[in-house]
Design a protein around this ligand. Sequence first.
Ligand code: AVJ
Length: 360
Amino acid sequence: MTDKREDTMPAGWSQLAGFPGGGIFGRGRRGRLAPLSASRPAGAAKPPAGAVGRTAFARELLAGLQQPRKTTPCKYFYDACGAALFEQICAQPEYYLTRAELSLLTRHATRLTECIGDDAELIEFGASSPVKASVLLHVMRQPAAYVPVDISGGALLETAGAISTAFPGLDVRPLMADYTGDTALTHALDPKRRRVGFFPGSSLGNFEPDEALAFLIRLRKLLQGGGLLIGVDLVKDPTRLHAAYNDAAGATAAFNRNVLVRANRELGADFRPEQFAHYAFYDPVARRIEMHLVSLCDQDAHVAGRTLHFDEGESIRTEYSHKYTVPDFRALATRAGFRPRLSVIDSEGLFSLHWLESPA
Ligand code: AVJ
């Protein structure tokens, strides 16, 4: 990168779920939002509390906490509380990601319109807020449909409702699902429509590099003939990164502890969240934020009949958030079979947005 930061990349760079027991929500054109499922007749069974049910939560939580190095899958942050806490994070002054991405969407609207093209079906992976999609849908020419995919049912329906209100006549078909699951989302999509994926917020950073590649390959296949608009957080001054995951108001700390709070509520576990310290740091070698909950004392917790022990100072790794350089991300996308067509960064060089074509 040149020393003069630019909003747009130089020439070479800038040519132009699985649903295990998951509830699927659908809505016909101008119809009412209502649960529907391809595999389960309406009313046959109540959808579980989340796109991933309680048994899966208990199983995956226990599996992670019984490892020698304890971990929890980060997707379990996002119950209704966690989705709300994440919205609070996005409003913190230190958490620049959301604002930087929104400014890129607005600032490069015209070029994005060109990239995305007409009549596309917009599929958003992780749609707990309508804000970014709303900017994008304004920019798109005659969007054919909007399919928000989210693991948190409540947040998903709020997003879908807000978009339906703002865009009357748009075909909005919310899908409650864990997009990291390996089942294809294809049955929920229109086989005749050109597909445009939207994966904002740098959520790709949650994947380790090999998983990120595998996930991008899945998206490339799903979006064949269309493309993916993806937001990716950039490698930068570690102090700035550190601050973004250690906001002064404590929103990130509350979000981090929410996985324990949720286990207590949904699984009848007896974690003492206040006995775990929020600890997040940037590892410049692995180029990622690691988020941990560190036990402040020797303690036990009980989950689904199991006793878990935590030594004083022992950590649970709750999230990775990988950061990329623009060339490294474009190389990864290319390895996944995408053709990177446009990469833009904000004036401070904090965040990047990429349009990746998926060849037909
Ligand atoms: C939604 C995964 C992109 O990694 O920055 C925010 C989640 N974790 N603060 C991120 C998060 C702590 C966020 N992603």
